[in-house]
Design a protein around this ligand. Structure first.
Ligand code: SAM
Length: 257
């Protein structure tokens, strides 16, 4: 685990600080214990992962084996590289920043954003342990140090106002509670930090090969709307970008100083 990592973490359910005891992180007040699996803290009560979050946790645990091939190799046949590039053109990563990606998956977005010339401290959270395991393998291969934690993006296990930038790509359309997830991204961001939230639009679902859209499609197409109405009105510079032939939305905003 990165040496400063524990300093950033809390028990997401009590908000209390954690201490290390062998292979566990322990709540300093309630003594609740969380495992650290192969270096990845599991800051999640499995019994509280429900509904869509549970469904997608299971799906991504299964998909972890094929995800990079599907999104990287097959996706690039359909112009997927352009999608990553268009996102990376908007998301600003500053040298020396502490950056968090919620729902990091296998880390492909960070790989695309990363500029070897900049020293950036990356952290990533995901609800799927197997996606994180793949991410860890990838990050070693890419030589990018990423502090990983298993958790729910709707209940982040990080202290208030620690990150210089927080972003999320690709999971929020199917979260149980978008408002909560966005509130959490804002809570852990420092005042003045940039926040970015992106996912696929309804147009992408219509255009996707049926085998892929079967996996995602929901009868209510509003699920694919950019989640602007969930952003608190005190946030500033809220902009919705539509990228890659309107198949991806990316909402950017700033937390006031
Ligand atoms: C389409 S993948 C995107 C991965 C990565 N951001 C990328 O762009 O390649 C969606 C990710 O969201 C994660 N996810 C789904 N629901 C989540 C939740 N409630 N909290 C945290 N992660 C979640 C999944 O496990 C999966 O890794």
């Amino acid at each position: 685990m990165k040496y400063e990592f524990l300093e950033l973490l809390i028990n997401p359910y009590s908000g209390n600080e954690l201490k290390r005891e062998n292979d566990f992180l322990v709540d300093t007040l309630t003594e609740e214990r969380f495992t650290v699996k192969n270096g990845i803290p599991v800051l999640l009560r499995e019994e509280e992962v429900k509904d869509l979050n549970k469904l997608y946790q299971k799906r991504y645990d299964w998909l972890a084996y094929f995800y990079d091939f599907m999104v990287g190799t097959i996706g690039s046949l359909f112009g997927g590289k352009e999608a990553f590039k268009s996102i990376a053109e908007i998301i600003e990563v500053k040298s020396g920043a502490l950056v968090l990606e919620t729902s990091i998956g296998t880390g492909m977005e960070i790989k695309n954003l990363h500029d070897k010339g900049k020293k950036v401290d990356y952290y990533g959270l995901d609800i799927s342990y197997r996606m994180l395991k793949k991410c860890r393998r990838n990050s070693k291969k890419w030589d990018i140090d990423i502090g990983l934690v298993q958790g729910n993006a709707e209940t982040l296990p990080f202290k208030d106002e620690v990150f210089d930038m927080v972003f999320h790509i690709g999971g929020i359309n199917f979260f149980n509670n978008k408002t909560k997830a966005i509130k959490e991204m804002i809570r852990v961001a420092k005042p003045g930090a940039n926040i970015y939230i992106g996912d696929e639009t309804a147009k992408q679902i219509e255009k996707q090969p049926k085998i892929i859209s079967y996996f995602y499609q929901k009868p209510d197409f509003h699920i694919y709307d950019p989640p602007v109405k969930h952003i608190p009105e005190e946030m500033i510079d809220i902009v919705t970008h539509t990228l890659w032939n309107e198949m991806i939305y990316l909402v950017s905003f700033r937390k006031p100083e």
